[in-house]
Write a protein that binds this ligand. Structure first.
Ligand code: GLU
Length: 480
């Protein structure tokens, strides 16, 4: 094999990365992470990030799975450049490359039948030789070619080694005598996947192949195609797979593995990006960061060699931080999108405005959008409220009589935190109780719940009329 021309790689003025998922189900969280790494790498360098759907397996590929990938990318905010490339649509081009190699004598027609190959392997096994098939047609004179079906095989070197200069794994050496003359075109003329990947990556101008390390072995064979075509090699970075908390490959057993599951669980996309970026990559001790920081910091040298473990606690923690840090307009939009995603009824304009006003007091310490909505129950629910059992306990006779003396004061109170604190404290003092004793009944009256944002925040958000209405209704509460 020719040595790798790094100069050629480095001189490429623009970084081009890609994600190349096979559309055979839902979008796996590992695919999302690989997409994110490629996106960060390209976006942080003014490069391009492309999407190719590897749909050559016609039996397993479905349009629904492609849609799921597109939806996942969209939700995660991983915008790609240009059109989606369909690998299947490019089959003619893949075959043309195989024919080019054939014409150049770098590939050959192999007429061996399955039975002959099997017989070769059986004999090799019996004699203790390598069972890798060595075709007698490799150096056959074309004049001897029969008029029979054939596959096209690459002429790969049978001596020496192929070194994959991997940016994560280091140099990975594979002995060439362990690689057979791979089939490029099947006997029906269709190209194999391995050829398609290389031709597509080359034609798409991909400079960096960042993907799961389950493809590391493929890289040696793929490099061979680049080499015989005289194409510059991409930079390879094979990233370790994601494991569950028990150190085994992440599977449904560990919990959700689909991107959409996380969307449905109410995690913000920004938190997912942050969390997935940290899954196998690090930048010092930084845990919480923005997209801009991730783009600036992301580099292949920060990718770890060992499998990352999926840590739900850490995701929740980051999610809480992203929700708390989000701008209200952004957060509102995402919460509304989340509600519609999980099938909740549309909110009226009034409710949306109320929710927006409430965000400042409900977005802290909420790990998911669901928790934000839960905390915002006081503004989303309509009076008269259903009062939860636990909250109802604080609406005893005494408490209701205290609320009764507070309500008239609220008509003239200055509607600010200080103004509300002043009247409430005055009522508490008059009844010779601490304010704390009033908090439970007020929560019950204003939200129908025992766990709520601060009572003053709820009053400020609800406004004078609604607050008075709810307190008046609670004063008359006799249980349900
Ligand atoms: N289609 C492959 C997969 O979904 C990715 C191939 C590649 O990235 O080269 O695992």
């Amino acid at each position: 094999m020719n040595p790798i021309d790094y100069q050629k790689v480095k001189n490429m003025s623009q970084v081009v990365t890609r994600i190349a998922p096979s559309p055979t189900g839902y979008m796996h969280i590992g695919t999302a992470r690989t997409a994110l790494f490629n996106w960060l790498y390209a976006r942080g360098r003014g490069g391009k990030f492309l999407l190719r759907i590897e749909d050559t397996d016609r039996e397993r590929s479905t349009p629904e799975a492609t849609d799921a990938i597109l939806r996942g990318m969209d939700w995660l905010g991983l915008d790609f450049d240009g059109e989606v490339v369909s690998q299947f649509d490019r089959a003619e081009r893949h075959a043309a490359v195989a024919h080019e190699l054939l014409a150049a004598g770098k590939a050959y027609k192999c007429f061996a039948t399955q039975d002959e190959i099997q017989a070769y392997r059986d004999a090799a096994r019996a004699e203790g030789r390598s069972t890798l098939y060595q075709s007698p047609w490799r150096d056959a004179d074309p004049a001897t070619h029969p008029d029979a079906p054939y596959v096209v095989r690459i002429k790969s070197p049978d001596q020496g080694v192929t070194v994959i200069p991997d940016q994560v794994q280091g140099d990975v050496t594979i002995r060439n005598d362990q690689l057979d003359d791979m089939v490029l075109l099947r006997s029906d003329g269709t190209p194999v996947y391995m050829l398609a990947v290389v031709v597509d990556d080359h034609d798409m101008g991909v400079t960096h192949v960042i993907r799961g390390d389950d493809h590391l072995n493929n890289a040696a064979r793929q490099m061979m195609i680049y080499t015989v075509m005289g194409w510059p090699l991409p930079v390879y970075a094979h990233i370790p797979l994601i494991h569950g908390e028990d150190g085994k490959k992440l599977s449904k057993r560990h919990g959700a593995t689909g991107v959409e599951d996380y969307q449905d669980m109410g995690y913000p996309a920004a938190a997912m990006r942050n969390y997935l970026a940290r899954l196998g990559w690090s930048h010092g001790d930084d845990e919480f960061f923005t997209d801009a920081q991730a783009m600036e910091w992301f580099d292949l040298s920060g990718i770890g060699k060992s499998a990352a473990r999926f840590d739900f606690k850490k995701l929740q923690n980051l999610s809480g931080q992203h929700i708390a840090a989000a701008a209200d307009d952004q957060l509102l939009g995402e919460i509304l999108a989340y509600r519609s995603k999980i099938g909740d009824a549309e909110l009226s304009d009034d409710k949306i405005a109320g929710l927006k006003n409430a965000l400042y007091c409900v977005k802290d310490r909420a790990k998911t959008f669901g928790e934000v909505i839960e905390k915002a129950h006081f503004i989303l629910a309509d009076a008269p409220l259903d009062i939860e059992e636990k909250a109802a306990k604080s609406l005893d006779d005494v408490s209701r009589s205290i609320l009764k003396s507070l309500t008239p004061q609220l008509h003239n109170a200055t509607w600010t935190r200080e103004g509300l604190e002043a009247v409430t404290n005055a009522v508490a003092e008059a009844h010779e109780i601490k304010f704390g004793k009033m908090a439970g009944p007020l929560r019950a009256a204003l939200a129908g719940r025992s766990v709520t944002p601060s009572v003053f925040d709820m009053m400020l958000v609800l406004g004078r009329d609604e607050t008075i209405l709810r307190l008046t209704q609670a004063e008359g509460y006799t249980g349900s």
